[in-house]
Design a protein around this ligand. Structure first.
Ligand code: ZN
Length: 143
């Protein structure tokens, strides 16, 4: 199958070739986001007369909204972090748009997907922007 997508290593900024790297998100990053999100909601919750609670936010509250857990990509040789609990996708299993749709369908079964930056990652890929998942037709300006 012809490669339609490149996964760009966050460390060296070069495409990850077949079987030499992963796209991954860590459980510690997920847990940190979920804790920060819960604290943010608590800070911004207002109790209405009658006891109902609503989250009320203004522009300043949106600025300090916690950042979702980040999907990262590394060649095996560039992977400097020791993180034992990760969800990872081997680069050779994400080469085409069909692969990306299939992985997205699979990940949508995970209750934590919305706590990651998968949606903006897809959005950037479909717009052909430089980033972590890039159409193979887009020159790698970082290399
Ligand atoms: Zn690398």
């Amino acid at each position: 199958m012809t490669r339609e997508l490149n996964i760009i290593c966050n460390a060296c900024k070069k495409p990850i070739d077949d079987q030499t790297g992963t796209l991954w998100v860590s459980n510690p990053d997920l847990n940190n986001y979920q804790d920060a999100q819960a604290a943010w909601e608590t800070r911004n919750t207002m109790t209405l007369p009658g006891g109902a609670e609503i989250v009320v936010v203004n522009a300043a509250d949106l600025i300090d909204h916690p950042r979702r857990a980040q999907w990262r990509a590394h060649h095996d040789a560039c992977h400097g972090e020791t993180v034992t609990t990760v969800y990872e996708i081997q680069a050779h299993r994400l080469k085409t748009w069909a692969d990306l749709v299939s992985w997205t369908a699979h990940l949508m079964e995970k209750d934590w997907l919305g706590d990651t930056d998968w949606a903006p990652l897809l959005d950037a890929a479909t717009r052909g922007e430089s980033g972590t998942i890039v159409p193979a037709s887009v020159p790698n300006l970082n290399a």
